[in-house]
Design a protein around this ligand. Structure first.
Ligand SMILES: [Zn+2]
Length: 500
């Protein structure tokens, strides 16, 4: 294999305009498979969730899963698609060892959902991604190639196949060509995949876990010289399985194709594989001669004709979608565009919302999650939602702050204790003795001592330099190891020194 000559990214997007296309497969989270009653549990022992239908045994007949059709209609509606009044399944014929029937039931020229769009935002600018089609099909089984170094079939000693996944309902979402994104093309691709994942997750029809393969992206990239009218030849990078990899795969293909074109070469229409370790793609199978799948209408299934009443019922049942929700929380929490973006990027919307539901005010809920807890998540290299603390617990800490039992400094120590596994906020407060010194008598005697020890500063305050009181408050906080209410201490100090 010859090493690709990559062009520097900035130079590449200066010379060439990328055109993208994304095909996303999403496994629906139905209890049973698309055309039979087999369960769909992830991680079951190989070949334990199979039956004559999904194994394609002679004489078996498929029956369409109504819950899956409801799921895809939800996705179609959420993507602003038209739901057609009549369509059919088609047989896509090809031989693959992980496809026991030698054909896949899919949709060809008659998809269920057409002509939608999804708006995504990149660096403050909105890009409308047009959706060509959303269609229903069934997943294939899964091959594992054993004994090689790459996990691919080349170099493997033997291969195993698991048909548990064969027949799981799969929705394919195909964009129209995405143009005019320029240097932001990799970010637009990632933003689209991110927004699509959020959208489908909000519908509750799939867990959309890219690492488990319930959402997989194929990324098409072509380049054309800036100012040209005709698109270049595209490549298709298959099964990219993280949001970050979607961005990297697009970027890497732009650099590679620009390098090839600049050297006078031509782009081969082919399938490519993205490698997480190198950040580059390598050639898969060539698609120069379009494969003949011998599509024909599936004779074992009746056409689908979802009634308009049913479609409207489903539309009415849709939950609040992510874009609408973002607009709502922005207004309710009083966030600027930038603050909203930070909250969304931190994955904190759900957490803050749940913390507010548990009794905290919006400002405090956002403050704790976006400052203290975000910092700790970054330190530990985990997502905010993965921290071992619940929104209820954050709300409890904030309730203690609001009641004057904790100050911010002590609250941070409580968070530290909860994250370290020392128990609930109340248990950490009790075990670490973290209550604010709220006994007025005790606080007053500490203040008397501080005033006596800092006579020169106290004199300045007496002479009217109120700002100097800050040093005395600091001394009180030091004497109480941070457990005094600083605001109350300041009040008492000023009372003692300025009362005539
Ligand atoms: Zn089955």
């Amino acid at each position: 294999m010859t090493a690709p000559t990559l062009m520097d990214y900035d130079e590449a997007v200066g010379k060439y305009e990328p055109v993208l296309g994304l095909e996303t497969h999403i496994e629906l989270g139905t209890a049973s498979k698309m055309f039979c009653g087999c369960p769909t549990t992830f991680g079951a022992a190989p070949n334990t969730q199979v039956c004559p239908v999904c194994l394609g045994l002679p004489g078996s007949l498929p029956v369409t899963n109504r819950a899956a059709i409801e799921g895809i209609i939800k996705i179609g509606l959420a993507l602003n698609c038209e739901i057609v009044e009549w369509c059919r399944f088609a047989r896509k014929n090809y031989f693959y060892p992980d496809m026991p029937k030698d054909y896949q039931i899919s949709q060809y020229d008659e998809p269920l959902c057409v002509d939608g769009h999804l708006d995504v935002e990149v660096e403050g600018e909105t890009y409308r991604i047009e959706i060509e089609r959303v269609h229903m099909e069934e997943d294939t089984g899964k091959s594992s190639h054993v004994g090689g170094t790459t996990g691919r079939i080349q170099g493997a000693e033997y291969s195993l196949v698991d048909y548990n996944r064969a027949g799981i309902p799969l929705v394919e979402i195909v964009t129209k060509p995405i143009t005019a994104t320029g240097e932001r093309a990799p970010l637009v691709a990632r933003a689209y995949a991110t927004e699509l994942r959020e959208l489908v997750r909000s519908l509750g029809v799939s867990d959309v876990r890219m690492e488990e393969g319930s959402m997989r992206c194929d990324v098409n990239v072509s380049l054309m010289p800036r100012g040209a009218a005709e698109w270049g030849t595209r490549t298709e990078t298959k099964n990219v399985n993280s949001l970050r990899s979607v961005e990297r795969a697009v970027r890497s293909e732009i650099e590679r194709q620009a390098g090839v074109l600049d050297a006078g070469g031509r782009i081969v229409q082919e399938t490519r594989h993205f490698h997480e370790d190198t950040g580059h793609t390598t050639s898969g199978r060539s698609k120069e001669e379009a494969q003949d799948y011998r599509y024909f209408p599936e004779p074992d299934l009746v056409p689908m004709a979802p009634s308009r009443e049913w479609v409207e019922e489903i539309r009415a049942s849709l939950p609040e979608l992510p874009a609408a929700r973002r607009r709502r929380v922005q207004a309710e929490w009083g966030l600027s565009d930038l603050e909203l973006r930070d909250v969304v990027n931190a994955g904190a919307v759900d957490l803050i919302e749940a913390t507010i539901a548990a009794g905290a005010d919006a400002g405090a809920a956002r403050k704790w999650w976006m400052n203290e807890l975000s910092r700790r998540a970054t330190e530990q290299g985990v997502e905010l939602a993965e921290l071992p603390i619940t929104p209820d617990q954050v709300a409890r800490v904030q309730a203690m702050v609001a009641a004057g039992e904790l100050n911010d400094k002590l609250a941070r120590q409580v968070f530290e204790g909860v994250l370290a596994g020392e128990g609930t906020p109340d248990e950490v407060v009790a075990a670490r003795g973290l209550k604010v010194v709220s006994d007025e008598g005790e606080l007053a005697s500490i203040i008397d001592q501080v005033i006596a020890d800092n006579a020169a500063v106290a004199d300045k305050v007496r002479a009217g330099k109120v700002a100097a009181a800050g040093a005395l408050v600091g001394a009180v906080m030091k004497a109480t190891r941070g457990q005094a209410d600083a605001g109350r201490a300041r009040e008492l100090i000023l009372q003692k020194l300025t009362a005539s």
